[in-house]
Design a protein around this ligand. Structure first.
Ligand code: FES
Length: 167
């Protein structure tokens, strides 16, 4: 790195359930606990709201890492939203790995609203992992015009239709 280059600060999005992780992030903030400044928090009514395509599109938008933070097992206000979210995260991780992106860039965590310190710790740990991995090639593609692409790659099990005329 030259003197003029700025250090890599990963862009991380955290999809946080409002009943637990969002409140935990808020608690971390009001307790003045440090967590990565580039972490963008998106409040959700429940992590069961996220679907695989939304996870993948977030990467296609150029984030370097994505955290899905839901209620503790057995504490989801919609019973199984956090369990469904974990299945989708696991599926999306496999898909990311299939196209050559590190699965560690996507992670699900479970917290209670009182776990502000754990939120700060896990978010910082995630940022360190992403720093070690470096910028997402999907993010650099947007500026360099190259790299991996999600849009043109079928999802596992997705039928590929080739009409021979570009449709
Ligand atoms: Fe929090 Fe479902 S209500 S994960």
């Amino acid at each position: 790195m030259t003197a003029t280059e700025t250090p890599f600060e990963p862009r991380i999005v955290a999809f946080c359930c409002r009943h637990c992780a969002y409140a935990a992030a808020d608690l971390a903030g009001t307790s003045r606990l440090a967590y990565p400044p580039a972490l963008k928090i998106v409040e959700l009514p429940c992590t069961g709201r996220v679907d695989v395509l939304e996870l993948l599109r977030t990467f296609e938008d150029g984030v370097d890492g994505l955290l899905v933070a839901g209620c503790l097992p057995g504490r989801c206000h919609y019973l199984a939203g956090n369990l469904h979210a974990r299945q989708r995260v696991d599926y999306a991780r496999r898909w990311l790995e299939d196209i050559g992106l590190e699965g560690e860039r996507l992670r699900m965590i479970n917290l209670s609203a009182a776990m502000g310190a754990q939120f700060a710790e896990l978010a910082t740990e995630m940022a360190e992992t992403i720093k070690d991995l470096g910028p997402s090639p999907l993010g650099t593609r947007q500026t360099a015009g190259q790299g991996l692409s999600i849009g043109s790659t079928p999802l596992p099990g997705e039928a590929v239709h080739d009409h021979g005329d570009g449709r």
